[in-house]
Design a binder for this molecule. Structure first.
Ligand SMILES: [Zn+2]
Length: 247
């Protein structure tokens, strides 16, 4: 994968493959959390949701192996229960994703399976939502209905993978051009703002984070441009980490 391909890729699997072995474990955990938070509404079992919250604390060093192991067991039981309760479809698939995210060892391979599983849950949900229109609108053959359902699934899956690729860029930055931060840019205001954004998950304030270092003399285009991108920042965002983990 080239730098240009990384910057525009819509394929999280290829990006993870490129980053294999280089992704820090906490970052990989936070990526898994971010993917699962996108399907929070499908995580109906409290054990699945709890597992994601524990994984996040684990990534931040706020809990240990025992708590993670216990949460993973519970998430596994939740996924199994969804299976035995015959909750086929997005609910079961989402529960499986949460169980993967909380696995004791989150390898690159498992993370690749996780992104596929989350995208599958989103695709399943889209076909469920459109089921009536797809299958009851008169004047269509079964082949046409099946093709329409497949198209709905593929579109939803591809959109989700595109968002996952954005999450990878938010969390890992540009691996072809690692950025360092000049301590002179880290004024108390900048550090406090980064901490607040992280603690409150208030990523709408990211543009403010661009303004503050700029006033302190930062003209690094990668940092400033990333802060100004609206929409998709999450815990693990490389700019926020660069600032508040060095403070
Ligand atoms: Zn970001």
């Amino acid at each position: 994968m080239t730098e240009t391909e990384w910057l525009i890729s819509q394929d999280p699997g290829l990006m993870l493959e490129h980053h294999r072995g280089e992704a820090s474990r906490p970052k990989l955990r936070l990526f898994a959390v971010a993917c699962c938070r996108r399907i929070w509404h499908l995580l109906e079992d409290e054990r699945s949701r709890n597992a994601i919250e524990v994984v996040e604390r684990f990534a931040d060093g706020l809990c240990g192996d025992d708590e993670l192991r216990s949460a993973a067991e519970q998430a596994g039981e939740a996924a199994e229960a969804a299976h035995w309760e015959n909750r086929a479809g997005p609910i079961q698939t989402a529960a499986e994703a949460a169980a993967m995210a909380s696995s004791e060892v989150l390898s690159s391979d498992l993370t690749m399976r996780l992104v596929e599983t989350v995208a599958e849950a989103v695709g399943d949900q889209a076909t469920d939502e459109d089921w009536e229109a797809t299958w009851t609108t008169p004047g269509k053959t079964n082949e046409e209905r099946w093709a329409a359902e497949q198209a709905i699934y593929k579109n939803a899956e591809a959109r989700e993978k595109g968002r996952q690729a954005d999450l990878l860029r938010c969390i890992f930055g540009n691996p072809f051009r690692p950025t360092t931060i000049d301590p002179a840019w880290l004024s108390p205001t900048v550090v406090a703002l980064a901490q607040t954004i992280y603690d409150d998950r208030d990523f709408d304030r990211m543009p403010e984070l661009a303004d503050a270092p700029k006033k302190a003399g930062c003209h690094d285009a990668d940092i400033l441009d990333h802060c100004r991108q609206s929409g998709l920042h999450v815990r693990g965002c490389w700019v926020v980490d660069l600032i508040h983990r060095r403070s």
